[in-house]
Design a protein around this ligand. Sequence first.
Ligand code: NAI
Length: 253
Amino acid sequence: GKTIIVTGVASGIGAETAKRVMAAGGRVIGADRNPAALDLAAFHQVDLMDAAALEDLIARLRELRADGLANIAGVPPTAPPDVVLTVNLVALKRLTLGLVDSLADGASIVNLASLAGLGWQDEVAKIRAAEGLTHDAVADFCAAQGITPESSYFFTKQALVAWTHQHRWTWRDRGIRMNAVSPGPVDTPILGDFLETLGERAEEDMRIMDRPGTPQDIAPVVTFLLSPGSVWLRGVNIACDGGMRAHIEATSN
Ligand code: NAI
Protein backbone atom coordinates (compact mmCIF):
# COMPACT_ATOMS: atom_id res chain seq x y z
CA GLY A 1 0.00 0.00 0.00
CA LYS A 2 0.86 3.65 -0.22
CA THR A 3 2.46 5.59 2.62
CA ILE A 4 0.56 8.75 3.47
CA ILE A 5 1.61 11.40 6.00
CA VAL A 6 -1.36 13.02 7.76
CA THR A 7 -1.03 16.03 10.06
CA GLY A 8 -3.89 16.85 12.42
CA VAL A 9 -4.53 13.11 12.65
CA ALA A 10 -5.73 13.19 16.27
CA SER A 11 -9.13 14.70 15.55
CA GLY A 12 -11.85 15.66 13.08
CA ILE A 13 -11.06 15.68 9.37
CA GLY A 14 -7.51 14.35 9.85
CA ALA A 15 -8.66 11.33 11.86
CA GLU A 16 -11.38 10.51 9.32
CA THR A 17 -8.89 10.85 6.45
CA ALA A 18 -6.48 8.47 8.19
CA LYS A 19 -9.28 5.93 8.68
CA ARG A 20 -10.16 6.01 5.00
CA VAL A 21 -6.56 5.75 3.83
CA MET A 22 -6.08 2.68 6.04
CA ALA A 23 -9.39 1.14 4.94
CA ALA A 24 -8.09 1.39 1.36
CA GLY A 25 -4.90 -0.50 2.35
CA GLY A 26 -2.61 2.50 2.88
CA ARG A 27 -0.13 3.10 5.70
CA VAL A 28 -0.66 6.28 7.67
CA ILE A 29 2.19 8.12 9.34
CA GLY A 30 0.48 10.62 11.61
CA ALA A 31 1.53 13.83 13.33
CA ASP A 32 -0.36 15.93 15.84
CA ARG A 33 0.28 17.80 19.08
CA ASN A 34 -2.31 15.51 20.73
CA PRO A 35 -2.11 11.71 20.93
CA ALA A 36 -3.89 9.88 18.12
CA ALA A 37 -6.75 7.51 18.95
CA LEU A 38 -6.17 5.40 15.82
CA ASP A 39 -3.72 2.53 15.44
CA LEU A 40 -1.35 4.08 12.89
CA ALA A 41 1.78 2.67 11.21
CA ALA A 42 3.65 5.44 13.05
CA PHE A 43 2.73 8.54 15.01
CA HIS A 44 4.79 11.60 15.90
CA GLN A 45 3.53 13.80 18.71
CA VAL A 46 4.79 17.22 17.62
CA ASP A 47 3.67 20.78 18.24
CA LEU A 48 3.93 22.59 14.91
CA MET A 49 4.54 25.82 16.86
CA ASP A 50 7.93 24.43 17.86
CA ALA A 51 10.37 25.19 15.02
CA ALA A 52 13.07 22.80 16.26
CA ALA A 53 10.59 19.95 16.77
CA LEU A 54 9.27 20.58 13.26
CA GLU A 55 12.77 20.27 11.77
CA ASP A 56 13.22 17.03 13.68
CA LEU A 57 9.90 15.74 12.32
CA ILE A 58 10.94 16.66 8.77
CA ALA A 59 14.20 14.75 9.16
CA ARG A 60 12.34 11.62 10.30
CA LEU A 61 9.61 11.83 7.66
CA ARG A 62 12.12 12.34 4.85
CA GLU A 63 13.27 8.74 5.29
CA LEU A 64 9.84 7.42 4.30
CA ARG A 65 9.77 8.46 0.64
CA ALA A 66 6.03 8.91 1.20
CA ASP A 67 3.42 8.78 -1.56
CA GLY A 68 1.23 11.46 -0.06
CA LEU A 69 1.13 14.36 2.38
CA ALA A 70 -2.19 15.53 3.81
CA ASN A 71 -1.70 18.91 5.52
CA ILE A 72 -4.76 18.91 7.76
CA ALA A 73 -3.62 20.27 11.16
CA GLY A 74 -5.07 23.70 11.80
CA VAL A 75 -6.34 26.00 14.52
CA PRO A 76 -9.47 28.19 14.60
CA PRO A 77 -9.42 31.99 15.03
CA THR A 78 -9.92 31.72 18.79
CA ALA A 79 -6.13 31.09 18.92
CA PRO A 80 -3.88 34.20 18.97
CA PRO A 81 -3.04 35.50 15.46
CA ASP A 82 0.61 34.42 15.61
CA VAL A 83 -0.47 30.86 16.47
CA VAL A 84 -3.01 30.83 13.64
CA LEU A 85 -0.40 32.05 11.14
CA THR A 86 2.28 29.67 12.34
CA VAL A 87 0.21 26.48 12.44
CA ASN A 88 -2.08 27.06 9.46
CA LEU A 89 0.49 28.55 7.11
CA VAL A 90 4.15 28.84 8.12
CA ALA A 91 4.59 25.34 9.58
CA LEU A 92 2.49 23.77 6.82
CA LYS A 93 4.65 25.32 4.12
CA ARG A 94 7.88 24.47 5.92
CA LEU A 95 6.83 20.83 6.38
CA THR A 96 5.84 20.56 2.73
CA LEU A 97 8.95 22.22 1.31
CA GLY A 98 11.12 20.26 3.74
CA LEU A 99 9.63 16.98 2.52
CA VAL A 100 8.84 17.47 -1.14
CA ASP A 101 12.14 16.32 -2.65
CA SER A 102 11.98 13.22 -0.43
CA LEU A 103 8.50 12.21 -1.65
CA ALA A 104 8.06 9.36 -4.14
CA ASP A 105 7.56 10.22 -7.81
CA GLY A 106 3.83 10.71 -8.44
CA ALA A 107 3.18 11.78 -4.85
CA SER A 108 0.14 13.90 -3.99
CA ILE A 109 0.07 16.83 -1.56
CA VAL A 110 -3.30 17.98 -0.20
CA ASN A 111 -3.81 21.19 1.78
CA LEU A 112 -6.87 21.63 4.01
CA ALA A 113 -7.90 25.19 3.20
CA SER A 114 -11.38 26.64 3.77
CA LEU A 115 -14.26 28.63 2.36
CA ALA A 116 -12.49 31.37 4.36
CA GLY A 117 -9.84 31.31 1.61
CA LEU A 118 -12.23 32.99 -0.84
CA GLY A 119 -11.09 36.43 -1.87
CA TRP A 120 -7.35 35.70 -1.84
CA GLN A 121 -7.03 37.86 -4.96
CA ASP A 122 -7.62 40.94 -2.79
CA GLU A 123 -4.80 40.01 -0.41
CA VAL A 124 -1.98 39.39 -2.85
CA ALA A 125 0.32 42.07 -1.42
CA LYS A 126 0.04 40.67 2.10
CA ILE A 127 0.38 37.12 0.82
CA ARG A 128 3.59 38.09 -1.03
CA ALA A 129 4.90 39.75 2.12
CA ALA A 130 4.35 36.47 4.01
CA GLU A 131 6.15 34.35 1.40
CA GLY A 132 9.40 33.53 3.20
CA LEU A 133 7.98 33.82 6.70
CA THR A 134 9.64 31.69 9.38
CA HIS A 135 8.42 30.77 12.87
CA ASP A 136 10.53 33.40 14.64
CA ALA A 137 9.29 36.25 12.39
CA VAL A 138 5.54 35.61 12.63
CA ALA A 139 4.78 37.86 15.61
CA ASP A 140 6.51 40.86 13.98
CA PHE A 141 4.74 40.12 10.69
CA CYS A 142 1.33 40.14 12.42
CA ALA A 143 2.10 43.49 14.03
CA ALA A 144 3.50 45.05 10.84
CA GLN A 145 0.68 43.81 8.59
CA GLY A 146 -2.14 44.44 11.05
CA ILE A 147 -3.16 40.78 11.31
CA THR A 148 -5.94 40.68 13.91
CA PRO A 149 -7.98 37.87 15.50
CA GLU A 150 -10.73 38.80 13.00
CA SER A 151 -8.47 38.46 9.96
CA SER A 152 -5.84 35.89 10.93
CA TYR A 153 -7.73 32.74 9.97
CA PHE A 154 -9.00 34.19 6.69
CA PHE A 155 -5.51 35.35 5.81
CA THR A 156 -3.96 31.92 6.40
CA LYS A 157 -6.52 30.13 4.27
CA GLN A 158 -6.33 32.79 1.52
CA ALA A 159 -2.55 32.46 1.47
CA LEU A 160 -2.86 28.66 1.40
CA VAL A 161 -5.20 28.71 -1.60
CA ALA A 162 -2.88 31.14 -3.42
CA TRP A 163 0.13 28.96 -2.56
CA THR A 164 -1.65 25.86 -3.90
CA HIS A 165 -2.41 27.60 -7.20
CA GLN A 166 1.16 28.92 -7.36
CA HIS A 167 2.62 25.42 -7.15
CA ARG A 168 0.41 23.86 -9.84
CA TRP A 169 3.50 22.88 -11.90
CA THR A 170 6.45 23.24 -9.55
CA TRP A 171 7.11 19.51 -9.23
CA ARG A 172 5.39 18.15 -12.33
CA ASP A 173 8.63 16.74 -13.76
CA ARG A 174 8.36 14.18 -10.94
CA GLY A 175 4.59 13.81 -11.19
CA ILE A 176 4.14 15.43 -7.79
CA ARG A 177 0.99 17.51 -7.55
CA MET A 178 -0.54 19.81 -4.95
CA ASN A 179 -4.23 20.55 -4.51
CA ALA A 180 -6.49 21.97 -1.80
CA VAL A 181 -9.87 21.15 -0.28
CA SER A 182 -12.03 23.97 1.04
CA PRO A 183 -14.86 23.04 3.38
CA GLY A 184 -17.46 25.40 4.77
CA PRO A 185 -18.35 24.90 8.45
CA VAL A 186 -17.71 21.28 9.52
CA ASP A 187 -18.99 19.61 12.66
CA THR A 188 -15.71 18.88 14.47
CA PRO A 189 -14.49 19.95 17.95
CA ILE A 190 -13.52 23.40 16.58
CA LEU A 191 -16.92 24.27 15.06
CA GLY A 192 -17.88 26.02 18.31
CA ASP A 193 -14.71 28.14 18.09
CA PHE A 194 -15.69 29.26 14.59
CA LEU A 195 -19.20 30.15 15.76
CA GLU A 196 -17.70 32.08 18.66
CA THR A 197 -15.39 34.14 16.45
CA LEU A 198 -17.28 34.38 13.18
CA GLY A 199 -20.70 34.51 14.84
CA GLU A 200 -23.60 35.31 12.57
CA ARG A 201 -21.64 34.74 9.40
CA ALA A 202 -21.02 31.07 10.18
CA GLU A 203 -24.60 30.63 11.45
CA GLU A 204 -25.89 32.11 8.22
CA ASP A 205 -23.65 29.82 6.14
CA MET A 206 -24.99 26.78 7.97
CA ARG A 207 -28.58 27.93 7.53
CA ILE A 208 -28.03 28.28 3.78
CA MET A 209 -26.22 24.90 3.64
CA ASP A 210 -29.03 23.10 5.61
CA ARG A 211 -26.45 21.60 7.98
CA PRO A 212 -22.75 21.82 8.72
CA GLY A 213 -20.50 19.40 6.87
CA THR A 214 -19.11 16.37 8.69
CA PRO A 215 -15.62 14.83 8.55
CA GLN A 216 -17.27 12.02 6.55
CA ASP A 217 -18.24 14.60 3.90
CA ILE A 218 -14.70 15.98 3.60
CA ALA A 219 -12.32 13.02 4.02
CA PRO A 220 -13.41 11.17 0.83
CA VAL A 221 -12.48 14.24 -1.21
CA VAL A 222 -9.07 14.38 0.49
CA THR A 223 -8.48 10.67 -0.20
CA PHE A 224 -9.56 11.15 -3.83
CA LEU A 225 -6.91 13.85 -4.18
CA LEU A 226 -4.37 11.47 -2.64
CA SER A 227 -5.30 8.73 -5.12
CA PRO A 228 -4.17 8.17 -8.75
CA GLY A 229 -7.64 9.04 -10.07
CA SER A 230 -6.93 12.72 -9.44
CA VAL A 231 -3.66 12.75 -11.39
CA TRP A 232 -4.82 15.51 -13.76
CA LEU A 233 -5.80 17.85 -10.94
CA ARG A 234 -2.99 20.32 -10.33
CA GLY A 235 -3.18 23.44 -8.20
CA VAL A 236 -6.94 23.02 -7.79
CA ASN A 237 -8.97 24.18 -4.78
CA ILE A 238 -12.03 21.93 -4.46
CA ALA A 239 -15.06 23.52 -2.78
CA CYS A 240 -16.39 20.78 -0.51
CA ASP A 241 -19.00 22.90 1.20
CA GLY A 242 -22.52 21.79 0.38
CA GLY A 243 -22.73 24.43 -2.34
CA MET A 244 -21.64 27.48 -0.34
CA ARG A 245 -18.96 28.70 -2.73
CA ALA A 246 -21.24 28.20 -5.72
CA HIS A 247 -23.92 30.15 -3.85
CA ILE A 248 -21.57 33.02 -3.04
CA GLU A 249 -20.20 33.19 -6.57
CA ALA A 250 -23.64 32.93 -8.16
CA THR A 251 -25.14 35.68 -6.02
CA SER A 252 -22.18 38.09 -5.73
CA ASN A 253 -23.14 40.37 -8.64
P1 NAI B 1 -9.86 19.51 14.75
O1 NAI B 1 -9.57 20.45 15.84
O2 NAI B 1 -10.81 18.40 14.98
O3 NAI B 1 -8.49 18.91 14.19
C1 NAI B 1 -7.34 19.71 14.03
C2 NAI B 1 -6.15 18.92 14.51
O4 NAI B 1 -4.99 19.74 14.31
C3 NAI B 1 -6.23 18.56 16.00
O5 NAI B 1 -6.02 17.19 16.21
C4 NAI B 1 -5.14 19.41 16.61
O6 NAI B 1 -4.51 18.82 17.74
C5 NAI B 1 -4.16 19.57 15.44
N1 NAI B 1 -3.31 20.72 15.69
C6 NAI B 1 -3.71 21.98 15.97
N2 NAI B 1 -2.65 22.73 16.29
C7 NAI B 1 -1.56 21.94 16.20
C8 NAI B 1 -0.18 22.14 16.45
N3 NAI B 1 0.30 23.32 16.89
N4 NAI B 1 0.66 21.11 16.26
C9 NAI B 1 0.19 19.91 15.87
N5 NAI B 1 -1.10 19.66 15.64
C10 NAI B 1 -1.97 20.66 15.81
O7 NAI B 1 -10.38 20.40 13.53
P2 NAI B 1 -10.86 20.03 12.05
O8 NAI B 1 -12.14 20.71 11.87
O9 NAI B 1 -10.74 18.59 11.76
O10 NAI B 1 -9.78 20.86 11.21
C11 NAI B 1 -8.92 20.29 10.25
C12 NAI B 1 -8.60 21.34 9.21
O11 NAI B 1 -9.80 21.70 8.54
C13 NAI B 1 -8.01 22.63 9.77
O12 NAI B 1 -6.96 23.05 8.92
C14 NAI B 1 -9.18 23.61 9.67
O13 NAI B 1 -8.75 24.94 9.52
C15 NAI B 1 -9.88 23.10 8.44
N6 NAI B 1 -11.28 23.51 8.34
C16 NAI B 1 -12.17 23.22 9.34
C17 NAI B 1 -13.47 23.67 9.26
C18 NAI B 1 -14.47 23.41 10.35
O14 NAI B 1 -15.51 24.07 10.35
N7 NAI B 1 -14.23 22.48 11.26
C19 NAI B 1 -13.93 24.45 8.11
C20 NAI B 1 -12.93 24.66 7.09
C21 NAI B 1 -11.66 24.21 7.24
